[in-house]
Ligand binder design. Sequence first.
Ligand code: FAD
Length: 283
Amino acid sequence: MRTLSSISVDTETKRAWIGGGVLLGGLYHAIAEKSPVLAFPAGTCPMVGAGGHVSGGGEGTLTRKYGLAADNVIDAKIVNADGAILDRESMGEDLFWAIRGGGGASFGIILAYKIKLVSVPSIVTVFAPNRTLEQNATKIVYLWQHIAYKLDRDLFIRILITQEHRNGKLTVQAQFQSLFLGKADKLLPLMQESFPELGLRREDCTELKWIEAALFFSDLPDGSTVNDLVTRNPNPRTYYKAKSDYVTEPISEVALEGLWKRFYEAEAEKAQLIFSPSGGRMY
Ligand SMILES: Cc1cc2nc3c(=O)[nH]c(=O)nc-3n(C[C@H](O)[C@H](O)[C@H](O)COP(=O)(O)OP(=O)(O)OC[C@H]3O[C@@H](n4cnc5c(N)ncnc54)[C@H](O)[C@@H]3O)c2cc1C
């Protein structure tokens, strides 16, 4: 698919045509090169391909405000099993609906998508405070479940749970990886009102451009720059197994404590658990 990697951004109409083999990092970079206040709502990992990602849905830090990647597709070109090349008009609305969530490769090969770009401020704020079990992580994670989905749509807070060594002792850490579509002076009162238990301070916040926030949320190694978002060759190359599920009822504190126990096992050294919020447009 890598030969289908053209990206054509039109900042006037806020539309772009992107090839079915484009990777998300390359897409974010290409949009930012044309405009610092336009973006596309999709996943956080730069090496995920638009082909499978967009046709399966595609969620990320802008999803609560703008919906899934698939919600922002307005036309597409596909090759069907007969070798015919179809666009939205010639494929019809049923097939066009199916390729926006029905999964890659189920209905044909996506040659390109026409996507709607969305507005982001010239300055956004990121923060990622850590809380260990000794710092009340269980309670804060529990409370997060009750507020994360109904926060202001400009605010996205997900949690990364990992095993950590602190002062020679093994513990579990919750990192609250967050994006606010605005500046810190507007964010701080919002956090004080909606999630005071996290205890966010001004010094936890970094103001930057949207594309730098995309780098912040990427899994690229420390020291990477926004230009590294376009890479197709991860270095170091990592391998892992992952699975996802939807949680529709808050997990109790007792159940969370049961989950944490798994992080003390030797094989959990590199384990990660990510809680990602829904709400906003995602109803
Ligand atoms: C590191 C990592 C991070 C992720 N982060 C997120 C995230 O933040 N948000 C999120 O929503 N999801 C995320 N995902 C899940 C990701 O969206 C899916 O795994 C998606 O299917 C990947 O698509 P791909 O094209 O990269 O993968 P592939 O394995 O290449 O393709 C997946 C499927 O789509 C088909 N396909 C690919 N391209 C096309 C095309 N042009 N036309 C037709 N069919 C095609 C393939 O045949 C295959 O069946 C992540 C996955 C990984 C590995």
